[in-house]
Design a protein around this ligand. Sequence first.
Ligand code: BG6
Length: 250
Amino acid sequence: MLGLPEGVTACLFDLDGVLTDTAAVHDAAWTEVFDAFLRERAERTGGRFVPFDPVQDYADHVDGKPRADGVRDFLASRGVHLPEGSPDDGPAEPTVHGLGNRKNEALLRRVREDGVEVFAGSRRYLEEAAALGLRRAVVSSSANTREVLEVTGLAALVEERVDGVVLRETGLRGKPAPDTFLEGARRLGVAPAAAAVFEDALAGVEAGRAGGFGAVVGVDRVGGGHADDLRVHGASVVVRDLAELLGEGA
Ligand SMILES: O=P(O)(O)OC[C@H]1O[C@@H](O)[C@H](O)[C@@H](O)[C@@H]1O
């Protein structure tokens, strides 16, 4: 049904880059914040400024992960280790949470200025899944998931939400650990083998593979070898748009 293996009765959708065209918005906000941080640090220490690579650094260290994990993992790749700080740190604090909050301000500014687009193929996929009685959850690391689902009208098509806020409240491990997808399946009342994961991030397909789900659909909207990377990290199939699974082509 809907391009999924027999026995799959539920869909667990990542949000940014799968349902909404917001992966690039997150990426741009991260680039802005990391580059300002790295430039200031290079000037202060006399080191060389090597900018954040919005393709490779984003895919390898940030995409799909909870906000603080993205800060920590990318900076560790540059040998930088900041104090954790606390979630209420102001955006100017040189801490993991301070930098994360600075990125969130940049993200919200961009969302306010440019709005949020839903991929038409994804909206149709959700509508058809609902019409056919497939169960539907959104599983995203983003703490802004509820707002994005509401402003786009997608909230009405989704039954359960496991997001960055739930992560914080429950202490579940973020992607690439499978915990949030397993929690999504549990909330829908289905076994992992009866659920399909839809993901555009390497950390996300890894989580899908680790959880033993019935299918892991990799969504490649960027090209340039990302489809192969998604397969290597756990996708059982890769599409450019969910419309392909409806037999409509990309
Ligand atoms: O900062 P937020 O909105 O809580 O989002 C956390 C992460 O959510 C993921 O969905 C994005 O792929 C990441 O880029 C983002 O950093």
